[in-house]
Design a protein around this ligand. Structure first.
Ligand SMILES: [Zn+2]
Length: 274
């Protein structure tokens, strides 16, 4: 248990307030490990309420085709690591990734805290999707060849117990694939400032997406190591559907290569049991 006023990742006490308003939540940055997080973490019902049908509306309508391509690309990455077997997608949403994986012969499983999305995914997959947090799903130990967390970890109030559970149910030869937004997305930040004339906010009660954690390559690595994983590799996650944002991201990917930095929009990290 982390005491209050301590960083949830490194227990550091030197914290800088990045954002504070009239809401009960503020955004802090740990000077020790660089983790950026919402304090206190919103929990339980306050979080579950966020993920009704309206959250997924654009994904199943106007972004449907673009997202299909995105999932195909992500599946290709997974299959370059592990060619086949049992795959668990934690926070599987409306099930689009699992549908494609199932078509490719994977034995699929999904968990999802949104009742609407879990039902939607179940209908598409014709198999049960666990509605709730992974820790309550009760999967057997060393069961899965691949576990994926596609832009899920930043939404979770307590990432450490989630990752520890993944470690328990992952085969020793298995792979964990994590994608999260990158807090050091410098190129997008510059573009945002030029267009909107202000810096992007990290958290607001009005946001469609509540990101409770903002990771960098180094803080994500630290979290994975703390959970008993070893990082196998990392790079940009190209999961951007909108054309203008995709263009900015591709620019960021090129600049990151030239300057040997990680300035892209989102991080894709692969880990195995340590
Ligand atoms: Zn810290």
């Amino acid at each position: 248990m982390i005491p209050p006023n301590r960083c949830p990742l490194c227990c550091g006490e030197s914290l800088r307030v990045l954002e504070e308003d009239a809401s009960p939540y503020r955004v802090l940055r740990c000077r020790g490990c660089g983790l950026v997080y919402v304090d206190p973490p919103p929990r339980g019902e306050a979080l579950r309420r966020r993920y009704g049908s309206e959250y997924y509306a654009a994904w199943v309508t106007r972004q449907k085709t673009g997202r299909k391509r995105l999932w195909a690309e992500r599946l290709r990455i997974v299959e370059s690591l592990v060619p086949s077997g049992r795959l668990l997608d934690v926070g599987c949403g409306e099930g689009s990734f699992l549908v494609q994986a199932q078509r490719h012969g994977w034995e699929v499983a999904g968990t999802e805290i949104s009742a609407w999305a879990a039902e939607h995914a179940e209908r598409r997959l014709r198999r049960p999707v666990f509605c709730g947090e992974l820790q309550h799903a009760g999967y057997p130990p060393r069961h899965f060849d691949v576990v994926t967390l596609w832009h899920v970890l930043e939404h979770v109030a307590a990432p450490l117990p989630l990752l520890e559970e993944i470690r328990r149910i992952l085969k020793p030869s298995g792979r964990l694939v994590v994608a999260v937004p990158n807090v050091n997305d410098r190129v997008m930040q510059v573009a945002y400032r030029l267009v909107k004339r202000r810096r992007p906010r990290l958290f607001s009660l009005q946001d469609r997406e509540w990101h409770l954690f903002h990771f960098s390559v180094s803080s994500l690595t630290r979290l994975l190591v703390l959970s008993g994983f070893a990082v196998v590799g990392f790079g940009p996650d190209r999961g951007v559907v909108e054309r203008s944002k995709r263009l900015i991201n591709e620019t960021a990917v090129i600049l990151s290569r030239i300057f040997r930095r990680s300035w892209y929009n989102a991080i894709l990290m692969v880990a195995r049991q340590a």
